[in-house]
Design a protein around this ligand. Structure first.
Ligand code: 5GP
Ligand code: MN
Ligand code: MN
Length: 480
């Protein structure tokens, strides 16, 4: 059932009809500014027609904010073509939510946890040894491929892997943790490292910089008990949220394709439109590389989750039981018939009956909506609203640019944030330059730099995009 869309707002700008759900208290000026940027980034109807393509619908989500080369928080349905610039450079970037079943929030207060998280993520404590076969399986067959390739391993972090748990969790991934593709693109084979040695690898399992994070918190409010039960959540449950992507892999797929497109182009042609009919080989190649990247990102979040759980286990001196709530990408295209749905910083929010063979089939797709390290994260349930292209926001979205955020006066000192560099480290005492830079980076990511999470969540509920399930309060955040 689709809710009425009276809350949505429709703009007709530069020949493009764009439907939006806007954050509460969003300044009109910043919304209009981003909308103008978006309209400029969309190919003209003529440019599309020239390649037998059509832009069918464009939607913005309430976390809409400036981005390069296209604003963030956009969904676009395109017939007959893919627009690589409309999904952002971190192909496959997404969120993963895991419940730690036998850990209580109070246990996370130990400073040992900070030490183990830093060691695991930034000081070489994360030992993931993959063979070339494993890497190949990841890129071509996503998480199911990885699990099949791993079988049982007794090396480093992989010795901690509960394979039957991991298999059971697969149905709690968007698209079951795999985007179909034919092969591993030859241009990316070196990343796949096709050799037989167990390489102790520092790439997969890396958080990455900027907004990417690992956060531990607890459920402080449940709005939908039935959904929460299907997700295995209770009041007080300790929850891990992972935000990361395909690292530089997706970027490479985008730039390699972009370079080929530019050189392929006739004068006057819009190189950003990659037509299925008139450029079939390049189209296929992009979709294949894109799937490789989305699969790499699934695996990256899988390993980050494993590493974070290992840090908790080491800090608490106990085995940690866990299960997945959901994992979904938000910078990705989904092909369905002749239509390609592009999401740039937007979550799939499919409705009841669309996720066959999943515990959420009769509830709607879980939507993970992180706010900031102060604001925490909402778990929402997708309503499958066709007006909003079965999508929802993927975060609160920036309110201040990084530059603006750096000049804020105060930031909440109460935040427990772990970064690559420990400001308490004796070697940094007296190094005011480095300490000031660490502080400035923290300001870029401080809660005041983001829209309040409820101002993003509530308009989506009103618009019939999602319903509320549970709210998570953060306790400790790791930033790459
Ligand atoms: P993006 O995918 O566009 O890089 O950002 C995703 C969203 O994550 C942002 O819009 C922001 O609301 C949220 N976010 C960024 N940093 C943090 C953090 O440290 N903790 C939480 N809970 N959310 C964050
Ligand atoms: Mn990303
Ligand atoms: Mn992201």
């Amino acid at each position: 059932m689709n809710a009425p869309s009276s809350i949505g707002r429709t703009s007709d700008i530069a020949g493009h009809v764009i439907r939006s759900v806007v954050a509460r208290d969003e300044p009109e000026q910043s919304f209009t500014h981003s909308l103008t940027d978006l309209a400029r980034a969309l190919p003209t109807p003529e440019a599309m027609a020239e390649k037998n393509a059509l832009l069918r619908a464009v939607v913005t989500t309430p976390d809409f904010h400036p981005g390069k080369p296209v604003p963030v928080g956009v969904v676009a349905d395109v017939e007959g073509a893919v627009l690589p610039h409309m999904i952002g450079s971190d192909i496959g970037c997404g969120m993963r939510m895991v419940v730690l079943d036998n850990v209580a929030a109070e246990q996370l207060a130990t400073p040992l946890l900070d030490r183990h998280l830093r060691h695991i993520f930034f000081q070489g404590g994360r030992d993931i040894a993959l063979t070339g076969m494993d890497r190949h399986a990841i890129l071509r067959e996503g998480l199911p491929g990885l699990l099949g390739s791993l079988q049982q391993k007794s090396i480093g972090l992989l010795s901690k892997l509960d394979l039957s748990r991991a298999w059971a969790d697969l149905e709690r991934h968007s698209d079951n943790g795999v985007f179909a593709c034919e092969n591993v693109d030859a241009d990316f084979a070196d990343y796949a490292g096709i050799d037989d040695a167990h390489r102790r690898d520092a790439i997969l399992g890396t958080i990455g910089g900027g907004n990417h994070f690992v956060e531990l918190g607890f459920i402080d409010h449940i709005a939908d008990g039935t959904f929460a039960r299907a997700a295995g959540l209770k009041p007080g449950s300790v929850v891990l949220v992972v935000h990361s992507g395909s690292l530089d892999f997706g970027q490479r797929v985008g730039t390699v394709t972009g370079d080929r497109l530019k050189s392929d182009c006739k004068p006057g042609e819009d190189w950003r439109v990659l037509s299925r009919e008139t450029q079939p080989d390049l189209y296929k190649r992009y979709m294949n590389g894109h799937a490789n990247a989305v699969n790499a990102a699934f695996a990256n979040r899988f390993f980050i989750g494993l590493a974070a759980i290992e840090a908790v286990a080491r800090a608490l001196g106990q085995e940690v039981e866990h299960h997945l709530v959901y994992d979904a990408p938000h910078n990705t295209v989904w092909e369905s018939g002749n239509v390609v749905r592009h999401r740039k910083g937007a979550c799939p929010a499919r409705g009841v009956g669309t996720l066959a063979a999943s515990p959420y089939e009769w509830f709607g797709e879980p939507v993970i909506l992180p706010g900031s390290m102060g604001d925490g994260t909402w778990l929402l349930a997708g309503c499958g609203s066709t007006d909003f292209l079965e999508s929802a926001a993927h975060g609160a979205g920036r309110k201040l640019s990084r530059q603006e955020a750096r000049s804020q006066r105060d930031i909440a000192n109460a935040l427990r944030v772990i970064g690559p560099v420990d400001p308490q480290s004796p070697s940094l005492q007296g190094r005011q330059d480095i300490l000031a830079e660490i502080h400035a980076r923290l300001k870029e990511e401080a809660p005041a730099a983001y829209k309040p999470i409820d101002s993003v969540a509530e308009p989506m509920v009103d618009a019939g995009m999602v319903t509320k399930v549970a709210k998570i309060t953060p306790l400790v955040t790791v930033k790459g």
